[in-house]
Design a protein around this ligand. Structure first.
Ligand code: PLP
Length: 392
């Protein structure tokens, strides 16, 4: 086949690679428990399902407005004001996309030229790498450090990674896989760096609803008018409302950026299904009690993961402030994170991700998801504890 060279720069996501191993074992009849994916097990709340049925009955089945149905753009703007203290114009500063995935891809399409560099904290969600590569960009790792039991970023690390080709700093808060919620002072350091170095901030805020122990999610766009003028906020309903399969998300940014993104976006999508967009508006504008219930549930699950993995020699769970994962420091086991993951999979029948899948900075850790709860989490934690104790 004579395929485009750029295909060689693309990689399957780490989760998809591990899923292949999982499927092979399952095909041999192994029973596995998965604590791997960031897929909330809570069903989409009933009032949102009702809204999609109603939208279908109301005939919202034609092509959507390509920028996003006006009702959803208005709901996004109200949400950004209500939850994030941010003001955007629904006509010029919002684009509705197929999840955060569509938003990130489109933002990168309009920001980077071949050879430009995108700073990405290390470790981070590995699926950022290929969309950077497809547009000819180069992902450059920003070293993070573990301080007081949490991963953090600082100005020194940003400066060390900067070159004259740096165009974008990609942030994810709450931060997958580390569980850190970037504090206002950490974000201020990032924003000051971006302003002084003339760099755009691409801010993936998909886990914003899941913050624990009273932590507060802050968007870098709220820090100052200057920070807002160079920030593209990326968000999605996937996690917040248990809607991963609905494929609906949104971006907010200055009008000139949204207008360029709109131009790129329409080349490969007409947007999420029209009736889905109407239900998404109902989700954002409706009662948020369902989100509070999910968050309280996840905080309990997080606590049970941390509790189950304490007091194992060579193993230290880092308590996440947000998101759906606990990073577990297994450096004391004196094996690579992938070796530990394979041992857990093959000997214990429990699936987790190895930290190294998210960058060098993740080596020596495991990522344990608590997006699935109930019996899955209980059985998974039993197996995990038993196997890690054996390894220790
Ligand atoms: C940090 C991060 N961003 C984006 C996504 C993808 O989100 P969406 O379902 O909205 O495309 C994920 C999914 O796991 C994620 O962890």
């Amino acid at each position: 086949m004579d395929l485009a060279e750029r295909v060689a720069s693309l990689k399957p996501t780490a989760v998809n690679r591990v899923l292949q191993e999982v499927k092979a074992l399952q095909a041999d009849g192994r029973s596995l428990v998965s604590l791997m994916r960031g897929q909330p097990d809570s069903p989409t709340p009933a009032h949102i399902v009702d809204a999609v049925e109603q939208a279908l009955r109301d005939g919202h089945t034609g092509y959507p407005d390509n920028q996003g149905e006006p009702v959803l753009r208005h709901a996004v703007v109200e949400k950004l004001w209500r939850d994030n203290d941010l003001t955007y114009d629904p006509h010029r500063e919002v684009l509705i996309t197929d999840g955060a995935t569509g938003g990130l891809f489109t933002a990168l399409a309009v920001l980077i030229q071949p050879g430009d560099e995108v700073l990405v904290p290390d470790p981070i969600y590995d699926a950022y790498a290929s969309p950077i590569a497809i547009w000819g960009g180069r992902g450059v790792s920003v070293a993070s450090s573990i301080r007081q039991g949490r991963f953090t970023l600082d100005r020194t690390a940003l400066e060390a990674a900067w070159t004259p080709r740096t165009k974008v700093l990609l942030l994810n808060t709450p931060w997958n896989p580390t569980g850190s919620v970037l504090m206002r002072d950490e974000l201020t350091a990032c924003a000051e760096f971006a302003i002084e170095r003339n760099v755009y901030l691409l801010s993936d805020e998909i886990y914003e609803a899941f913050v624990y122990d009273g932590a507060r999610h802050v968007s870098p766009a709220v820090l100052s008018a200057e920070a807002k003028s160079r920030t593209i906020v990326i968000n999605s309903l996937s996690k917040t409302y248990g809607m991963t399969g609905w494929r609906v998300g949104y971006c907010a940014a200055p009008a000139e950026i949204i207008s360029a993104m709109m131009l790129a976006w329409q080349q490969f999508s007409r947007g999420p299904a029209t009736f889905v967009q109407h239900a998404a508006a109902a989700a954002l504008s409706g009662d948020q009690a369902c989100v509070r219930t999910m968050t309280a549930d996840y905080q309990e699950r997080r606590d049970s993961v941390v509790q189950a993995l304490r007091n194992i020699q060579g193993v230290t769970p880092l308590v996440p402030q947000g998101g759906l994962f606990v990073m577990v420091d297994v450096r004391g086991l004196k094996k690579s994170s992938d070796e530990v993951r394979r041992f857990l999979l093959n000997e214990g029948g429990v699936v987790v991700m190895h930290g190294a899948a998210y960058g060098k900075g993740g080596e020596g850790t495991l990522r344990v998801s608590f997006a699935a709860g109930g019996e899955t989490l209980e059985r998974g934690l039993e197996r995990l504890r038993e196997c890690l104790t054996r390894l220790a």
